[in-house]
Design a protein around this ligand. Structure first.
Ligand code: PLP
Length: 460
């Protein structure tokens, strides 16, 4: 039972507040959180539950982490915020250095944005300005693959999946982008290319990169067929396209859909051949979620532009970043304005930078590779039994992501109630019941999350 205060808060919430993707007239139930500690949320009327979502994939170290709390407190003692126009500060400079050191080679310049969507807008703007700077102003479109998700603002929406995204509602408003086929689904035991492909030198005409034979005979022909179609559509549209933009290795909100790392090698080759920039949106995949620090690392491919967000601050505050190469930075600086035309009010917020910096220290100071491998094994074992449940279309695990896909849309209310009864907070979407747990979950906590996913599936 909710407390009396809880009832009042929820009534007022229902009256006045928008929640993500909900109706004001027919909202789905909303729960009141009164606290969060470690991997647990305290819900009014329910009690403590394990957070299987990491607050939308961000809270990788759990809640109220003493090191992160202290980083915010210490920064609060210096200053909470100052404008970034004409001013700078140590937390931003330190964070930029860390991001450059961690990220794939060649990314040397950092734009601090205030959310993932804004960082994608900035990345797109970088690409358009770059092409103007190098004398190709007619290149104004973007090439992407179907099934993607890049955020909710208009530039972002234009490169989200044209069917599953919001295109139908905004057809006349969205920039018409070029959509290639979705890469094939990575099947279990798929072998990643693991840093064996050096980054092709930046510049024109690069030979086609031969796909290394994979042990997985089912996936290999599918990759070759996809590569052919991708090369073809890129060649058809190269003269009007500024950049390729994709979520590397795993499409997140577009369907929790992993695809072979070889596809990233193909994208790099195609980008180099046609003078396109390669933008990796690592907002969901960054900071070890799929098992490598960045998904790009699994293919040994370095993008020209990379977006990070979500887990960047360990889930403490909104912050994102766009990294780019010197070639891109210098190219766009030669465009007619001479400057990158973007500058959010809260750019480089010191509190957010300080906690991001501390979160990266925690991550890099841990055995993150071994830990993600542990989580992957546990989720994979724990979810295996779901394969035989009625209505289950697929079960897959990649790094610290565990997914059960149904053969129909999830009844979210039933699924959430069943998971909460099993002591776990889950937020399914479309036909997916999934978890992206905090990295600090113990084996027992991971088992409980898997049991709750099973319960949510059985409740359908
Ligand atoms: C969440 C997400 C975004 C948008 O980030 P916001 O901070 O919600 O604006 C963009 N791209 C990807 C891949 C994401 O997962």
């Amino acid at each position: 039972m909710n407390t009396v205060l809880g009832h009042q808060v929820l009534a007022s919430d229902r009256e006045h507040l928008w929640h993500p993707y909900t109706s004001m007239t027919e909202p789905t139930p909303t729960r009141l959180v009164t606290g969060a500690n470690g991997v647990r949320l305290t819900l009014d009327g329910v009690g403590e539950v394990i957070d299987g979502m990491s607050s939308w994939w961000a809270a990788i170290h759990g809640y109220r982490h003493p090191v992160l709390d202290e980083a915010v407190r210490r920064q609060l003692g210096e200053m909470a915020h100052v404008m970034f126009g004409g001013l700078t500060h140590e937390p931003a400079v330190r964070l930029a250095r860390q991001l450059i050191d961690l990220s794939p080679d060649g990314l040397e310049h950092v734009f601090l944005a205030d959310s993932g969507s804004v960082s994608v807008e900035v990345a797109i703007k970088m690409a358009l300005q770059y092409q103007r700077g190098v004398g190709r102003p007619e290149r104004t479109r973007l090439l992407t693959v179907r099934g993607g998700y890049h955020g909710d603002t208009f530039g972002c929406m234009s490169v989200c999946d044209p069917v599953g995204g919001m295109h139908s509602m905004f057809t006349d408003v969205l920039a018409p982008q070029v959509f290639a086929e979705r890469p094939p689904l990575a099947s279990p035991g798929f072998e990643t290319v693991a840093a064996q492909h050096p980054q092709p030198a930046a510049g024109p005409a690069v030979e086609e990169v031969a796909l290394r034979p994979s042990r997985n005979h089912r996936t290999q022909p599918a990759v070759a067929a996809w590569a052919e179609s991708f090369r073809k559509i890129a060649a058809e549209h190269a003269g009007e396209v500024a950049a390729i933009i994709v979520e590397p290795l795993l499409q997140g909100a577009g369907g929790m859909y992993p695809y072979p790392a070889e596809c990233l090698v193909v994208m790099r080759e195609v980008a180099d051949r046609h003078g396109l920039l390669l933008i990796f949106d690592e907002i969901a995949t960054g900071f070890a979620r799929t098992g490598s620090m960045f998904a790009a690392d699994a293919a040994g491919v370095a993008p020209d532009v990379m977006c990070v967000g979500k887990a960047l601050t360990g889930g403490y505050m909104t912050l994102a970043a766009v990294l780019c190469t010197t070639r891109v930075a210098h190219g766009l600086s030669a465009s007619e304005s001479g400057v990158l035309m973007h500058g959010p009010t809260y750019m480089g917020n010191p509190l957010a930078c300080a906690v991001a910096s501390a979160s990266l220290d925690l991550l890099t100071g841990s055995d993150w590779k071994g830990n993600i491998a542990r989580i992957e094994r546990r989720l994979s074992d724990g979810l295996a039994a779901c394969r035989d449940l009625p209505g289950v279309a697929d079960v897959r695990t990649i790094g610290a992501v565990g997914v059960v896909q149904l053969d129909r849309p999830v009844d979210m209310v039933k699924a959430t109630d069943a998971a909460l009864a099993a002591g776990v907070w889950l937020r399914p979407f479309r036909d997916l019941v999934y978890t992206m747990p905090p990295y600090v979950c113990s084996d027992e906590e991971l088992d409980r999350i898997c049991a709750a996913i099973r319960a949510a599936v059985v409740a359908q």
